[in-house]
Design a protein around this ligand. Sequence first.
Ligand SMILES: [Fe+2]
Length: 332
Amino acid sequence: MALSSFGYVGCRSSDLPGWKEYGTELLGLQMVDSTRDTLAFRMDDRKQRILIEPGSGGGVSFFGWEAEDLGALDAICNRLEKAGTEFFKMPRALCAQRAVTDGVYFLDPAGNRLEVFYGAEVADDDFVPSRAISGFVTGPLGLGHIAIYVDNLDTAHKFYTDVLGFGLSDYVTAPFRANFYHINPRHHSLALIEGANSDVHHMMMELYQLDDVGQGYDIALEDPEKIATTLGRHSNDFMTSFYTRTPSKFLMEYGWGGKLIDVNTWEPFELKVGPSLWGHERSWLDDEGRAKAKELRMAAAADGVQEPVYVADHNFIDNGINCAWWQQAHQK
Ligand SMILES: [Fe+2]
């Protein structure tokens, strides 16, 4: 696999004070740099993961995809060259700004600026979240995932799979077309949604504890207008999450319990159930879209479409209950 994870992101916003408050008080990020024009946040041992730059249109100004080392970066450059995609070396000053050793930048077919880098700098001091959360699931899985609209899904699919080496996890064809891609065991680091523009739909960050998400939901409920999608559970990565509106106009998914896959044996398939097993009432959809989403949710409930939760070892206690009756009743 050529790329290893979603490493960093640069967001545009005309409301830096708004991002300061949103990033710290709701998301629990650590603000590490604040100038008159920019903000930088930490979410783990890295010096920075999320950068905010001034810009009236909102959205994302650059996506940072991580390569494991110089060899992996070179391999990507070879593939870009073969595909006829023009790319440029990131100048020293830019690498310093991104806190990485080296990298290149180029545009994807939808016009998004992608940066591929290696050697992210690690901070000397520990990550200190701005509110009492247990922390973010990052490391080899990257900072989370990103979902973007592309005007031509087939062209974008070819670029992200053939040139950048993303693997298809699963896809939906109705009521709209969307593909989900992995580059590490996280079920998806990227989602491409067919749409008229190339806006970012949402970004996702995953928390260690379910209670981080629940307590974040309580904080978000203080201003219900900010909630774009209510608490619910996705049907493909099984993430329990809710979405809020960021000061960069796109949405932020705040979730727990995402599915991990074996990238060597995974086979892509078409998702036939709706995007959510329950919840996730989407206030950003029009009336027709909301009605359709509700119909799909109610169908999932009627059909008993359910999945066990995915937890890490340190996130559960085995209570030792071993009930033969329950096991027999639930054997598939
Ligand atoms: Fe998502």
